[in-house]
Design a protein around this ligand. Structure first.
Ligand SMILES: [Zn+2]
Length: 253
């Protein structure tokens, strides 16, 4: 892959808009090319800065619904006009604009608020993460194979967590363990991103419907939370917020 081609694809890569084959091609290039790696780093920094420093305004339910609708329309329009020229630029511009709109308008809801008790659970999630790293009890079942890890939980838990290996996207599954959180046994899935460990905790949710990703930061750790199909997912790591969010996005797809 040439630098020109890679440059066009870095932003869609960060927005998780590439298919697995394309993504790993770009990632392979970035691993061997300092210029493109630097560009990726700049994008990530920019994204973090927007998230951290952009002013927050509370959006009304009505405005949220409007934005949701507009994004959905933009997404289907994008599907329709995939002309061979320029769709990549279009896609990355749209992705970046969408990220900005979300950061500015949905900020408080998406990134800071959560159902009551969310902050307390987030604290517990961080404690469990730190404990798992200190007590050398990170992994009960060591495997990068989701078909080994998933059945390992059967019989140990009364629910079945989604187990997904994101190795090709740079978040390698390394294993799983049982943990105890929010007053109950939970699944702990362990992933590795460079030298960073990601713990993904999963347990049944009482909420009726799924929720979008919310991001927290507590004492140097980043946390991303979402729920889907009756389960809640809490990802925690000392990895930067942008990449942890990318992990969550890929995992929740
Ligand atoms: Zn390059």
């Amino acid at each position: 892959m040439t630098c020109d081609a890679a440059r066009e694809l870095i932003s869609p890569l960060l927005d998780a808009e590439l298919d697995a084959a394309q993504a790993s091609e770009v990632e392979r290039h970035i691993q061997t090319c300092i210029a493109c790696a630097e560009l990726q780093f700049e994008y990530l920094q920019l994204r973090e800065r927007v998230r951290a420093d952009a002013p927050y305004y509370s959006a009304t339910e009505e405005l949220r619904a409007q934005i949701d609708r507009a994004l959905r329309q933009a997404a289907s329009a994008k599907e329709r006009r995939r002309a061979p020229w320029g769709w990549i630029a279009l896609a990355s511009a749209a992705g970046f604009a969408a990220a900005l709109v979300l950061a500015f308008l949905l900020g408080p809801k998406m990134f800071h608020s959560e159902q009551a008790g969310g902050d307390l659970i987030a604290q517990e999630v961080v404690s469990s993460h730190v404990r798992s790293l200190m007590a050398s009890h990170l992994i009960d079942v060591r495997s990068s194979d989701q078909h080994t890890v998933k059945p390992w939980f059967a019989g140990k838990l009364d629910f079945s967590p989604k187990v997904k290996d994101l190795g090709p996207q740079g978040y390698a599954l390394t294993g799983g363990r049982l943990d105890y959180l929010d007053g109950r046994p939970v699944a702990g899935l362990v992933f590795q991103r460079r030298q960073h460990v990601i713990n993904l905790f999963v347990w049944p949710s009482t909420a009726q419907s799924g929720s979008r990703l919310s991001t927290f930061a507590i004492t140097g750790f980043n946390i991303v939370h979402w729920s889907e199909a009756g389960l809640m997912y809490w990802a925690v790591s000392d990895l930067n917020a942008a990449e942890l969010r990318e992990f969550a996005q890929l995992y929740s797809e």
